[in-house]
Design a protein around this ligand. Sequence first.
Ligand code: MN
Ligand code: MN
Length: 506
Amino acid sequence: MAFLNRADWYDLARATNWSPRYVSEDQLFPPEMSDRFGLSLEQWEAYDEPFKISYREYVDVQSRKDADAYSVRAALARSNFYDNADAGWQSILKLHFGALCLTEYSAVPGESKMARFGKAPGMRNMATFGALDEMRHTQIQLYFAHEFVSKSRQFDLAQKLLSTNSWAAIATRSAMDDTILGRDAATLSIMLTFALEQGFTNLQFLGLAADAARAGDFSFSNLISSVQTDEARHSQIGGATLKVLIANGKKEEAQRAVDISFWRQWRLFFTLTGPAIDYLTPLAHRDKSFKEFIQEFIVAQFERALVDLGLERPWYWDFFLKSIEFYHHSGHLEIWFVRQTVWWNPAAGVSAAERAWLEAKYPGWNAKWGRLWDVIADNVRHGRTDKLYPKTLPMLCNICGLSVGSIPHEGHSNRGYWTEFGMRRYYFCSEPCQWIFNLEPLRYQDHKSVIDRLLCGDIQPPDIEGTLRYFDLMPGERGEDAHDYAWAWPELALDPAAERPSQEAA
Ligand code: MN
Ligand code: MN
């Protein structure tokens, strides 16, 4: 039997547009589900996905990817890697699985919406595979996380987190709903695949894979590299959309979609990946700094993708570049401080040797951040435990759900942003988050931040314990200092097992 080459039949086989006779084009492809930019089916005919694959090839490649990842895991299952790993690395696994397993699943309706409502046949084809990809990412990561459930209850959060009212879950759901569920197929192809997947999944899935391999966690390194190979394919959906939109005079609207989503993803990803790479990964296993990964994957690659398409850098690009220097240092310190509210055990990561690394990677780190950690370490050594936990929650942004971060000791660099709308005032962490709200206040007005919920009386009793229960974080799940404060005694910090002087003596 003779077979045609894929290139000889692919275009014809996926040309699945037809002229509807019983319904109008807008009934078949409602603009609010398909294309808010208002392009016709004919204009979408120019859509050309750069990555072409048949179903037969897809299934073959995916089954081999799964076989590879599962067999590496099986081979290493008895290695006791987890038991012997540094507490910081154990926390990375808890953080990663909790934050991502079900977030992967939240991408399935996005891919499915493009598979049904995309007006370009190529988009529908690619997104069908994309939906299968995201199911694979959910299932394989849940499976890997399940191995550790017997080690720590905190791994339960892989299943549980995204359906709780934890601040991290609210921030993640809000961003995903805004970029996936609340958008039409054309817009979400830009927001989800171009801005999130092409820009940011590289950071977590490739950046962390490098550190994982160096740390000897080959099971995890293989797993997330395997996931990223799918992302690299289906993230191409949005670039092809952008070409069609720009060719049809929609550059300004397309640019806005990029700018909104890029900022929302940046707020999430520096919180997720920044502390993992610069603080939780044991020093000996670190590859590049978070800033270096950003410069490689975002500043160089993403910027080039924008320029190649004829788009501009987002209007806040200068501030974005500045924020690379401080957002995640501020975020890490804050997460350590509110560690009861997270499902992993934050490692302070500020022993003498780690500080030297941070200072080398971020000149001025000691003067800005080290001196804050000095105060915390002093409180630890003198047993002032009441000062090691917050008395209240930080102010949270009404768009991203995360707190305001700024650079300490630079005068009052922290400033407030707010908008009066309807009956109330909305607060923002930054100018881009305020800009997003002001574009469409009706879209965002009913969303309540954790602080709003506290002030409205949704959280009872309105204290720390009431808040933790509202977050659905039970004792045993709440974070503690990963190294039991050993880092606060500089002479012991490199040897957490060494006996500690009594707090009186210190
Ligand atoms: Mn995925
Ligand atoms: Mn994806």
